[in-house]
Design a protein around this ligand. Structure first.
Ligand SMILES: Nc1ncnc2c1ncn2[C@@H]1O[C@H](COP(=O)(O)OP(=O)(O)OP(=O)(O)O)[C@@H](O)[C@H]1O
Ligand SMILES: [Mg+2]
Length: 227
């Protein structure tokens, strides 16, 4: 029996922009098992980022629910929700959001230090993860001294350093050229597969989506599996 990491049931999200009510998601159901790699496709404005935010517990649905490891976000206190998110989910965005005044190692060590690990131990673990993303020779570089693809690798290392159950990525390669995008995408699949981690990625790129084990398309507020 597969272990369910994330489950969305009857998920709706409406935005109340007078005079119109905008229904972006309208009854989305999705089950993510341990080790799944899932691509979410859809036109601009179809609600992909909205869906990813809800799956990550960063936004509240208008209806339905999201369960992380069997527990509904809506039933958790704010503090427990933050803790569940920080322990179980890693996020990667289109723009890396690295801290400019810290080197690559500190950027990756940051989530560990935030959860109170001491700095030298956190930096040790950060170095191990930086080697895994192929940046063993860039560990002391500042973000401004790295290429776009390298920065995105640091962002991936930072997301993976806490060993999340699921990596959520919103257009993680949207800012990179073809070859760098391809390499960064493959790296995310390789690293998540190696750790039996689930991976949910929003992408416009059909050829990248084809590398995931499952694909879904958001159309008119509903999620359809692409078979
Ligand atoms: N906070 C908000 N308030 C009002 N409307 C919103 C809000 N957030 C998103 N929307 C609307 O919801 C729709 C879906 O937005 P979303 O960002 O999820 O699209 P997307 O599929 O990620 O698009 P893109 O591919 O361009 O990133 C859009 O029409 C957007 O205008
Ligand atoms: Mg988006």
């Amino acid at each position: 029996m597969n272990k369910i990491v994330l489950r969305a049931t009857g998920l709706t999200r409406k935005f109340l922009e007078a005079p119109n009510e905008l229904t972006v998601l309208n009854g989305v159901n999705l089950t993510i098992n341990e080790g799944d790699s899932v691509a979410i496709l859809g036109a601009s404005g179809s609600g992909k980022s909205t869906l990813l935010h809800l799956l990550g517990g960063l936004d509240n649905p208008s209806g339905g629910e999201v369960q992380l490891m069997g527990e509904s976000f809506s039933s958790m206190q704010e503090r427990d929700r933050d803790r569940a998110r920080n322990h179980s989910l890693g996020f990667v965005y289109q723009f890396h959001h690295l801290l400019q005044e810290f080197d690559a190692t500190d950027n990756v060590a940051m989530p560990l230090m935030i959860s109170r690990m001491d700095k030298s131990q956190a930096r040790d673990i950060a170095r191990t993860v930086l080697k895994k993303v192929g940046l063993g020779s860039r560990m002391l570089h500042m973000p401004s001294e790295l290429s776009g693809g390298e920065r995105q690798r640091v962002a991936i290392a930072r997301a993976l350093v806490i060993k999340p159950k699921c990596l959520l990525a919103d257009e993680p390669t949207g800012n990179l050229d073809g070859a760098a995008a391809s390499a960064v995408f493959d790296l995310m699949i390789e690293l998540t597969t190696a750790e039996s981690m689930s991976f949910i990625v929003v992408t416009h790129d059909e050829s990248l989506a084809a590398r995931c084990s499952r694909r879904f398309r958001l159309i008119q507020g509903q999620l359809a599996e692409v078979l």
